[in-house]
Design a protein around this ligand. Structure first.
Ligand code: C5P
Length: 320
């Protein structure tokens, strides 16, 4: 019996299972700036889609080591060096603190956690990576702490104010149209899946600087959208003819490599080549997955220092 007990004691305890969530890249198919609030925030009208889960950061949450009284953040992955472990300004830790404060009011138990962010998306790149990481953290923590879903549902205004205007749309995680400062979300289900190539030239872009450089703030909203689109080329043609990214001009003025990225996407046959968000990542829309893969390979070969990914946007109309 004693030997059996010793043996049982020696068996390593199984590692605590991590709760993981993907933080897919967010793409603004178009981004119209329609005004500015007195507090400086801009009013937007934007159609947003998400990349498939192969083009995503990942959040993993486990219970903190029992000697650790604090939440910790470790950053790994291709772009992990761009961020500091444990940086309190990281939206991941800010999301964690926001949710804990929120849960405390509700008398919920939220013991310390250890969070790992695997950073696969370029930083400050117009893909909403930081916001997607915050949203994935909220989802993972709701699951880990076994909180009710309404802790983070229907909290758009509070989340936008506390964590940033793009966090609510990343939390929603499916194709949408957003207005206001980006937090007024309307689900959009009439878009086809879009084979695409994403390209980032490796230069971080400051979102406040790009908004600040926009000369004309009162621009036309997105015009009425057809009830549906037969296929990806039909949507690409409509976007090209009727929509814009108003931040593309100001971003190109400070980051000339954006023009070069757009030129490469056009040269490889994109139906539409446009910048996402405040840049510098651009997307090209292609007729099919094969064409997108071929273009991605050609661009990666011609510019080895660029980040190039083939993906399908709005792959299932559902969160990846
Ligand atoms: O909300 P978030 O912190 O992500 O925004 C970063 C910056 O981008 C803001 O400080 C602001 O300068 C600019 N911004 C804006 N209008 C928006 C969203 C962001 O001017 N609707």
């Amino acid at each position: 019996m004693a030997a059996e007990a010793d043996h049982a004691y020696d068996v390593p305890r199984p590692a605590t299972r991590a709760t993981t969530e993907n933080a897919s890249a967010k793409i603004n198919l178009c981004l119209h700036v329609t005004g500015q609030r007195p507090d400086g925030y801009h009013l937007l009208d934007t159609l947003v889609v998400f990349a498939d889960r192969m083009v995503a950061d990942q959040i993993a949450v486990t219970a903190a080591d029992r000697h650790t009284a604090q939440d910790t953040l470790r950053v790994t992955g291709l772009f992990g060096d761009a961020l500091d472990d444990g940086d309190q300004d990281n939206l991941v830790l800010q999301a964690c603190h926001w949710l804990r404060a929120h849960a405390k009011c509700d008398g919920r138990s939220t013991p310390p956690v250890s969070i790992t962010l695997s950073k696969a998306l370029p930083v400050a790149s117009g893909l909403g990576g930081g916001s997607a990481d915050a949203a994935a953290t909220l989802r993972a923590l709701v699951s880990h702490w076994q909180l009710p879903d309404n802790m983070i549902k229907d909290q758009e205004s509070a989340l936008a104010a506390a964590l940033g205007a793009d966090v609510p749309m990343c939390l929603y995680g499916k194709t949408l149209r957003a207005r206001g400062i980006g937090a007024d979300i309307a689900p959009t289900s009439n878009l086809p899946a879009l084979p695409a190539v994403l390209v980032n030239p490796g230069q971080p872009v400051s979102t406040p600087a790009v908004f600040g450089a926009l000369a004309e703030k009162d621009n036309a909203a997105i015009p009425p959208c057809p009830a549906g689109f037969d296929n990806a080329p039909a949507l690409a043609a409509w976007l090209d003819a009727h929509t814009r990214n108003d931040l593309q001009g100001p971003a190109m003025a400070t980051t000339p490599s954006i023009a070069s990225v757009l030129g490469n996407l056009e040269a490889t046959g994109a139906r539409l080549a446009r910048m996402s968000g405040s840049g510098a990542t651009c997307f090209g829309l292609f007729d099919n997955v094969k064409d997108a893969n071929t273009a991605a390979e050609a661009i990666a070969n011609s510019a080895p220092s660029w980040w190039v990914r083939a993906t399908t946007l709005n792959a299932t109309g559902a969160r990846q």
